[in-house]
Design a protein. Sequence first.
Length: 655
Amino acid sequence: MEYDVSREPWLPVLMQDGSHQKLSLADAFSEAHHIEGFDGLNPMESFSIHRFLVLFLMDAYRPESLDDILELLDKQVFDDDVIKAYFQLCQNEGVSFDLFDTRRPFMQASYDASYDTTSHLKPVAVLDYTLPSGNNPVHFVHQFDADSVLNPDQTFIELLTNLIFCTSGLQGPSGVYGAPPLFFVPQGKNLFETLVLSMLPLSEADLADDAEKALWRNTRKIIPKQVIARTSFWYGMFFPSRRVLLQEENGKVRHIYYQAGLNFEGYESWRDSYVLYMRNKKGVRMSLKPSLDKETWRNIGTLMFDFSLAPAILQQLVEILEEYPEKTIPIMTYGAVTNQAAYEGVQQGVLKLDIRIANDYHKRMYICKAVKQAELDADILRKSLQKLFPDVSEIRQYIHRFYTLCEDYFYKLSDAVAIAQHEDACFSALQEWSQFLRKTAGQLYDEFGDVFCRKAEDLLKKEKEKKSFYGNLKKNAGVSQMTHDEYVTKLARYDAFLDRVRCLANDNAGYAAVLRRAAGKRLVDVDADTMIAFYQAKRFEMNPTEEDKAFLAACLQCLWKGDETVKPQSIPEIGNALKDTMQNTFQKRMLSVLDMSWDNDGYLAMKLFRLVKFCKSKGAVVDCKLLLHDLLSWDYENRIVQKKWIRDFLADKKK
C-alpha cells in the first residue's frame, strides 16, 4: 500500500466558511488563507503539525531576513509554484512522502534487520501519548494495547506528535529540550498568517549547502542510543529521539518497530524558537514547563520579566507588529505535563501579547508585579482556607476560581498599562488591580465559609481567621506601593548619580578626562578604565538600557568643568535662545535626533553627543540631569519628550 502525505488527505481542518475538511499537505498550503485552524486535534497533535508545517515552509522559502517574511505576509497566500518546486527538490534527492515506502519511508527510519527485531515490534498505541500504554495512563480506555489500530492519516499525526513530545524513560531519551516544555505560537487571522508568523530568518549556517538537513531530507542513520552533542536547526526541530518504522496491515497500522533513537545531550546548545526560557538561581538557562495548576495567563509574568529569554518567534513578532496597526495578538500555548516519563495531562491555553508593554522595560515590570501580587494573594487565600479545614480537597478548586476570575480584569490592567503615558497612570492601574484582588479573595473566603462552616465553632474560627486573612492581604498590597515609591524617587536617584560624577570629576581631573573621551560611545564599547569610572558613581541597580543612558549623561556632563556649570539649560531652551542665523542649523540637528529611537546600536547616543557639542560651541551649558530625565522616557509611544522639546524650542521668547 502507498500513502503519500503530499497527496492523500490526512490533515483535519476547519475552513473559514465553517466546513470541516481533510486536506493533503499540498492542499493545506494552497488553501491556508481560507483555513481557520486545525480541527478536532488535542494540544500535542496541534502543535506538532504546526511545527512540521512551519519547518516545511521555511525549507521551501528559506527566508534570509525579516523583510522576506514581511513580504510573504503581505501576499496573504502561499505560492503554489514554490511549494511544487520544493516537493520536486525533495523527490530529486530521493525523498519519498509515502509512509510505507520500503526504501525510505517518510519521517521514519529505514528498515534495518540489525535494529528492527521482533523484540522492538510494539502496538501502535505507543505512538499516542493520550492512550494508556506502559506507565502512561493519561486516560482510561476499554481495550488492550494489542487491540489498537489506526488509519494511516491518524498514524502520521501521532508519529509527528511522538517525536516532539517524547520524554526520557524506558522507551528512550527525551528530545532536544529535555522534558517537553510549554510551546508558544502566535495566532493569526487564518492558518496562513499563523504559519508565517512562526517562520524565522535563517542564519548563514542554516543556509549553507552542507548544513544538516531536516529529518525527511536527512540520510543520517538513526542508531539507537547514539549520543549527539550538537545538532542543526533543521534536524533539531524534529530530532529522532525515537527510532520508528510503521507496519501496514490491510490498509491499517496495528504494529510498529519502536525503540530508542538518537540520544541528544547538548541541551545548553539548543535554543528552541517556540520555547520560553528563564534563569535559575545559578544562572543556568531552563525552559518553562507546563503545569496543570498554572493558568495560562500567569505565564505573562515569566514572559515579561526578561524578554530576551522569550521565544524567538515572539521577539520577532514584536518587530513585525510595529509595521501594523494591531498592537496585541493572541498567543496559543501547548504543553504535555509529565512526571518521570509518565504523561499526566495535556494543556492548551491562550494569552495576549501587547507590544507596547513588551517594548517598555518599566511597563513589563508593572505587569510582572501584577502577576506576582495575584499569586501572593492566592497563596494567602489558600493558607487561610487550609487553616479552617485542612482536609477539604475543594480548596484547590477555589484557588483555580480565584485565578479564573482574575484573568479578564488582568487584561484590563494590561490595556491600561499599555496606553499609559507616564508611570503615575501605571501605578493607579496597579492600585485598582490590588483592590480587585483583595475583593475577589474576600468573596471566595466568605463563600468557602458559607459552604463548609456548618457548626457555630467553625463560624467563630472563620471570623477569627478573617482578621488575619485581610491583614495579610493588606501587607501584600505593599508590592504595588513599593512600585510607586520607586517611581517617586527614581529621578532623584539619577540626579544623585550625576552629582557623584560631578564630585569625582571636580576632585580628579583624570576621572573627568576618562569619561569625556567616552562621550557618545556605548558602555559596551569602552575600555576597562572607563567602566571603572562609571561604576564608581553608580550606587543602585539599573536595567541595561537605563545604564547606557546614564553613562551617556555622565560622559556629556564631563564636557564642562565644575566652574562652567552655573546656569545649565535644556537642549531645546538653548536652541530657542540662539540667533536666527544659527537656529536653522540647530533645528535640523534637533529634528534628526527626535526622529530616532534609543537602540542598541548607539547611533542616537552619537547624534546627541554631536548636538551637545554644538550647544557647547555656542557657549551654552546643557543640563545633563534634564537630558537624562528625558532619555528615561524617550521611547514612550505618546512621544511626550519629543513634543516637549519642540514646544520649548518654539516657545515665545518674550513670554
